[in-house]
Design a protein around this ligand. Sequence first.
Ligand code: MRU
Length: 339
Amino acid sequence: MTSVFSPLRWESGVLFLIDQLRLPREELWIPCRDEVEVADAIRRMVVRGAPAIGCAAAFGVALAARRLVAQGAGSPAFEQGVRKAIDQLASTRPTAVNLFWALNEMRSACQGPPENAARALEERAMAIWKDDVDRCLKIGQAGAELIPDGATILTHCNAGALATGGYGTALGVIRAARDAGKRIRVLADETRPFLQGARLTAWELARDKIDVTLIPDVAAAWLMRNGQVSCVVVGADRIAANGDVANKIGTYPLALAAREHQVPFFVAAPFSTVDPSTPDGDAIPIEERQGGEVTQIAEIQIAPQGVAARNPAFDVTPARLVSAIVTEQGVYRPPYDFR
Ligand code: MRU
């Protein structure tokens, strides 16, 4: 069984995040001492991946509560301060529903006088984190059944330990398949423009000695056409009630190519990613990030200065292109009904 690596650590009231902007060049842990630092880390993508930002935000609320208690805030000021921290953290990234799910969990854990509430909030954040790892382990077990021995699995972005409390969703399925003794190979899309595949998935899988080959995003359809992909496994940032899946930009074209070439297309995600209040993909807010992420690579300008650039960070894959959705409660097949 692979040991569970986590992108966060909680030590004596400080949240440490592995800096995902610096990986794989260096493994640097950034301390966050209050909710403002956590919000900034989420916005800049020091921590990223739907479940991981939910976990980090939960600790952001716990840090705010600690600070308010240390400042001697009475009940009304404490409650107001916690609410403000929740709003601040909620404004960081719009697409991954796990962020709002975790913040709602924290809102309902904020009960009683400030000291008790602060303790309860810290315990709730720890539970959200631990629970996410447990869910990923279960997703891995359920998903591994779908992976044939000898498979070449294509994945996009990073839906691994780095993107979760630990272990990963899509990469959890891959880890569990490998741990079940299946011979597997992984093709990792580089995932332009932020290069989560090249920087993070390749790092994480190589660290676990899983056979990984990096490909340009634009090579995926061609490799499917040539019979070199057995299945696609990706994560999700939000799954609408009808099974439409928002995930990293570039997921939708993969699903289209997979359908054309009869390659199974699997999505792996915890139930905290399913949003029953979003009826379908059209209602999912899609984050648009700054154009500099497109015109530059590692701070090197590659496009003409001043050229306009669009940078939608996610796309929506319609449910009809998704062969199965793997959750901690098992494998769902279309038509999707998560009740
Ligand atoms: O912009 P990011 O890097 O936060 O986007 C991450 C993804 O799209 C992941 O595939 C998704 O969050 C699932 S992570 C288990």
